[in-house]
Design a binder for this molecule. Sequence first.
Ligand code: CMC
Length: 447
Amino acid sequence: MGTLEATKTDEKTTSATGTRDALTVTDHRTGKTYELPIKNGTIRAMDLRQMKTGPDDFGLMSYDPAFLNTASCTSRITYIDGDKGILRYRGYPIDVLAENCTYLEVAYLLLHGELPNKQEFEQFTREITYHTMIHESLKKVMDAFNYDAHPMGMLISTVAAMSTFYPEAHNVHDAKVRQKQIHRLIAKMPTISAFAYRHSVGMPYMYPNNALTYSENFLTMLFRTPAEKYVPNPTLVRALDVLFILHADHEQNCGTHAMRGIGSAHTDPYSAVAGAASALYGPLHGGANEEVLKMLQEIGSISNVPAFIKEVKEGRGEKRLMGFGHRVYKNFDPRAKIIKRMAEEVFEVTGRNPLLDIALELERIALQDEYFVKRKLYPNVDFYSGLIYEALGIPTKAFTVLFAIPRTSGWLAQWQEMLEDPEQKIARPRQVYLGQGERAFVPMERR
Ligand code: CMC
């Protein structure tokens, strides 16, 4: 062992039991030994930089494609233990919130850190309902889309366009201004989403009704025709509200990472939410719920399930069992458990979706098949949610929009936390350059 080069030990690195919370590393290129503090189960990547082979060396970096083992922030919003299948918002288990709360209560919790009392909740609900209408010119933006435009494409573009309607939103350091945009976004997402659907089926837009709850209003904007009375079924309203709760936040996933990354440049929240929603749109992320339905329809009947599973296994990652697997959950996804239970309640009202039997058979086979067991692949939130959306009468193309509506509160809570975190700066990862060194330019005629 060489000399101890950079001792960073202080009282904070000594634990109550007298052991030091520190990591000793020897750089065998130089023989030097370093002691790196460990805090909250992490070492600082910047502490590696002091390890150099000479004065011209940039210093050691960590290499972590796709952030498999890198924390990019501290957070107090959502806790996940993937091995135990635990998900909590602000300390409350997800099943307890799903059982006892409305989506707007949970949105308040995510944003403010505490569940609202009656007065706080009424005030918050008032703020949200006050902002449910969208600017008539924004409606014209939506009119410009082709009749078969994907609702996610419409949602993303319309949310981005909102930044031009509320230029004050650029003032991201003003907490009051931020609050207003947060209310606007949570309020207008269902309206834009419903309008996107109505546009795709050629039906007139149905304006929001502020006498209704968040989920009642959304279903009404989706399905009411001007000619008829429409009262959404309370079981279906509650099911939608619970789905919104389950989708509200999920710590540092791809979309939230995009939200924080874009927001770190002090971009306005509309543009940042449009970016986060773009990430969510991908089939490996929130777009999976649409893919699950397409997959179940493609399989067509229970008798085709074994052949499909075989194809997935032989595809070795090329063809995936959509709605299965998760970067963090390696036991079960607690959201999927709640959704599966809720599907039964919904089907009692709507009639049983025949695709459910295919889904159950896929799950049954996959959970005992060595390929899936070895890789710890379990049904995720998207596996059963699409079946409920379909039972609610929502077209497959609009499924991811139903994920984006509630995730907006999570994105905004994370965005706000990032802006208030003195340790955060503009997100700017490093790279390991493996390309050509400097070389001589060759004119075109000699190439
Ligand atoms: N079907 C078949 N094989 C799979 C699947 C799947 N759904 N998911 C992962 N694998 C295999 C993968 O091929 C790899 O095998 P091998 O070790 O032989 O190369 C192994 O399992 C590990 O997979 P990975 O791609 O390294 O895992 P990841 O953590 O990077 O990916 C995931 C996580 C969710 C992207 C992936 O499981 C997946 O593509 N699932 C299907 C899409 C899906 O349902 N997405 C929704 C996720 S939950 C909601 C959300 O995040 O929005």
